[in-house]
Ligand binder design. Sequence first.
Ligand code: GDP
Length: 183
Amino acid sequence: IPEYAFIGRSNVGKSSLINMLTGHKSLAKTSARPGKTQLINHFLINKNWFLVDLPGYGYARVSKSTKATFQKFITDYFETRAQLVCAFVLIDSRLEPQKIDVEFINYLGESGIPFCMIFTKADKLGKTQVQKNVAAYKKHLLANDWEEIPQYFVTSSADGTGREEILKYIGAVNDEINSGSQF
Ligand code: GDP
């Protein structure tokens, strides 16, 4: 069963997005700190794909060793998951490119892990401002030798923006996988 992983810095809106996508009120819950709750949650959606809720990164007040353990945990996941189809990297659409997010995106790229970007909380600012921040990320990636811009989605868990697009994307990729496996 194909897996789609959701990851982003803490407080980016990951739990809200997962709940918005799945239509559940509280499937995913915010955990205050890494290591306190079970780190990876798998949710089976429509009996045909797994939504994988990965822990948030970028916690400010944790020790270096916790950070290192945590980082290893995440990289271990990415390097061993054969079923992983795509990682959705959540990015706060209100912010200019953040070092930690850019580093993480570059890590995925260098490791050959397919990913999409999801810009969150788009309802919190005007369309023009969202586009400006999206453009800043694109520029950043191009400057980092990316040949093409990865697929991205603009979302709001408050008003449902982006829900259909993401579910349609996942559905299309799943169809492709299923048709391919017959031959
Ligand atoms: P997580 O730590 O990444 O799981 O983030 P949460 O989903 O818990 O969200 C963090 C905070 O941002 C909460 O106070 C949410 O209510 C708020 N939030 C998340 N998504 C949105 C959104 O799309 N729009 C608005 N206005 N607020 C959001």
